[in-house]
Structure formats: C-alpha cells, structure tokens
Design a protein around this ligand. Structure first.
Ligand SMILES: NC(=O)c1ccc[n+]([C@@H]2O[C@H](COP(=O)([O-])OP(=O)(O)OC[C@H]3O[C@@H](n4cnc5c(N)ncnc54)[C@H](OP(=O)(O)O)[C@@H]3O)[C@@H](O)[C@H]2O)c1
Length: 321
C-alpha cells in the first residue's frame, strides 16, 4: 500500500494514496527509506511556495531508498539498487517516481539514512557556488544561515575546493559547528549587523543569501569588486533597497536562483556534476552531510516545528521504512 503525508487544514496525516501504476520512460520508481525536511517544505505547507506545474503536491524534495522498477531506456539503475534522489516533490511518501537523471547511487560507505541528507543541499551548494557564481579557487564566500542544512554543506564544499568561508548564524553553538566544518570568519546575527566583521575579514567575492530583505544593502557593502550576490531565499522579506551606485562602480552582480523550478535537463546536469566532483569527496569522508536528528514520517509535524523554530544544526530527517 502506498502512503504519503497529506495536509488536512492545519494537520498532517500519513494516509493511503494512489499507488504508482506505470513507470514512464526514463524514470525510476523508488521505495523510499528516508526523506528530509527542507525549509521549502514549511513554505509549501504555508501556501507560499506552490509546487511547479506538473510536480507532485506531496511535500519532500529529496529521498533515499531502493529502486523498485525502472522505465524504458533506463540503463544506469536496476531494481534493488540503493539510491538517493533530488525530487521536485513527493518525498514524504512510501514511493516516488523520478527522472533517472535526478537519481544517484548512494555514495560508497554511506547508509540510506545519511544519503537522504545529501541531494538537495549539495545540489544547491554546487549549483550556486560553482555554476551561478563561478567561484575560482581562493575567492572568499559569505554564507548566511550557515548552520542550516544548506549552510553546513556549503561550508564543507567551499572549504574543500579552496574557498574560505565567513559564516553568519543565530547563536554561538551554531557558529562553533561552522568553525569545525571549516569556516574561518564568524558572526552571530543576534549581535546586529555583520558588515564590520566581514569588512575586517577582508570582504568577500560571493555571498549566498537566503535572507534577502534588509540583508541586501548590507551584503552590497561587503561584496568586493566583481562580487556575485546569489539570492536563494526570502527569509527576511521580498522588498530590499539596492544601491545601484555601488553595484555599478564595484561591478557587482545580483543573481536570483532556485533549484526546484529548473528543468529536468538542468537538474540532471547538476546531479552529473555532483557525481563527478562531490561524490568522491563524500566517499573519501573529506566532506559529510551534517544530520541533526530524525523523526518517523508519522511525526513529520514535530520535525517541521523543530525546523520552524530555527533549532536545527544541519539536516532533519524523516524515517519512512
Ligand atoms: N533557491 C534555492 O534553490 C534553495 C535551495 C535550498 C535552500 N534554499 C534556502 O536556503 C535556506 C536554507 O535552507 P535549509 O532548508 O537548509 O534551511 P534550515 O535548515 O531550515 O535553516 C534555515 C535557517 O535560516 C536562519 N533564519 C531563519 N530566519 C531568518 C531571518 N529572518 N534572517 C536570517 N536568518 C534566518 C535560521 O538560522 P540562524 O538562526 O542560525 O540564522 C534557520 O535555522 C532557506 O531559506 C531555503 O529556502 C534555497
């Protein structure tokens, strides 16, 4: 029996749903073992981040599990393979169908539990640091919400690839973890503006900003000449003041970026790049997903509340089977 988390008013429930009948060409069906809570799930549940057209309306942007069936033309996977996948939706369920290009084998030496914490954050980190911002070795990065699931992946990946990281987060415990993961500059956002601290650190060449709002004007002040400001979220609001003078004179670039709404081809390219550049680092344990804690999928409500309260350091997982 296929099951999924359904949103019934304010409540979440683990309910029977329509099983997958046919696996389309180029797709893979996965029996899900683990999925993860992303900030985007909270926004989707609140009705402010609807799934893109054609995507499942079930929450969940990533999963790990075992391949149950493959569609015509799929040669990279077979039933029984342990995999993890980047999803456009549908992770809070017992099974999912996903384009094969969005699926990767579980990295060598990893459990299905650990593998569920990898796809969304490492795909987002790779896409924005090395595709959108085209970071070169030695260029410096400012990461806001650096102890988040995403932030903990970004710090490790950037550090491993030779890009020093300045981390901002909401308390000292979080900053301590950022330090252990490789960050070399720190700011506790509960102490006010980060501008002076980042300036003293020497400024940055790229900013990964999930906050927006009033952060944009401050970001601009610490962004070096030819710097790239990649906006990936609106935790601090959608309206911002931009200093066009600074933007012009310092040749700053403001880039908006979302992973979920990209085409299957684009997502496939990101996953192929992960397999080539990030999987070897994971297998060598040079980098690892940071997992805070997990709940059974039936208790998704508690897991989402924990994330909503900004308590997590790294990823929060949901155990499905
Ligand atoms: N565009 C994309 O493709 C994409 C993909 C993945 C993630 N994202 C975005 O990246 C962010 C991190 O994702 P995640 O799932 O890893 O999140 P997460 O683990 O839920 O962490 C989010 C963190 O953001 C910080 N925060 C919350 N409200 C804030 C505010 N008003 N100002 C400053 N910081 C605030 C909190 O940490 P502190 O209290 O420690 O600051 C919170 O723990 C989210 O905004 C998410 O939507 C975007």
């Amino acid at each position: 029996m296929t099951k999924a988390i359904r949103i019934n008013g304010d409540a979440l429930s683990w309910e029977d749903c329509e099983p997958i009948s046919e696996v389309p060409e180029g797709h893979v069906a996965i029996d899900i073992a683990w999925t993860a809570v992303n900030r985007a799930d909270l926004m989707q549940r609140a009705g402010v981040y609807p799934p893109p057209p054609g995507a499942s309306d079930i929450l969940g942007l990533e999963a790990s599990g075992v391949v149950s069936r493959v569609g015509k033309g799929v040669t990279d996977f077979k039933p029984g393979d342990a995999v993890c996948a980047l999803l456009t939706g549908g992770g809070y369920a017992s099974e999912v169908v996903v384009p094969a290009v969005q699926v990767l084998p579980v990295p060598k030496g990893y459990s299905l539990e650990q593998a569920a914490a990898i796809p969304e954050v490492f795909a987002t980190a790779w896409l924005n640091l090395y595709h959108e911002a085209q970071l070169k070795p030695g260029e410096k990065v400012l990461v806001h919400a650096a102890a988040s699931g995403l932030g903990t992946a970004v710090i490790q990946l950037a550090t491993a690839l030779g890009n020093p990281v300045f981390a901002t987060a909401g308390n000292e415990d979080k900053l301590e973890i950022c330090k252990r993961l490789g960050a070399s500059g720190f700011w506790n956002r509960s102490n006010g503006s980060f501008v002076e601290a980042v300036t003293q650190w020497g400024g940055v060449d790229m900013i990964l900003d999930p906050v927006g709002g009033s952060y944009i004007a401050e970001d601009q002040k610490v962004l070096n000449v030819d710097g790239r400001l990649v906006l990936i979220g609106l935790l601090g609001g959608r309206m911002a003041e931009v200093d066009l003078g600074l933007m012009l004179v310092k040749r700053q670039r403001l880039i908006g970026s979302t992973l979920r709404s990209r085409t299957v081809v684009d997502k496939g390219e990101v996953m192929a790049a992960l397999y080539q550049h990030v999987w070897p680092l994971l297998s060598a344990r040079q980098i690892e997903p940071v997992i805070d804690r997990s709940w059974p999928i039936q208790e998704a409500e508690a897991a989402m509340a924990y994330v909503a309260e900004n308590k997590n350091i790294g990823k929060v997982l949901l155990k499905v089977t």
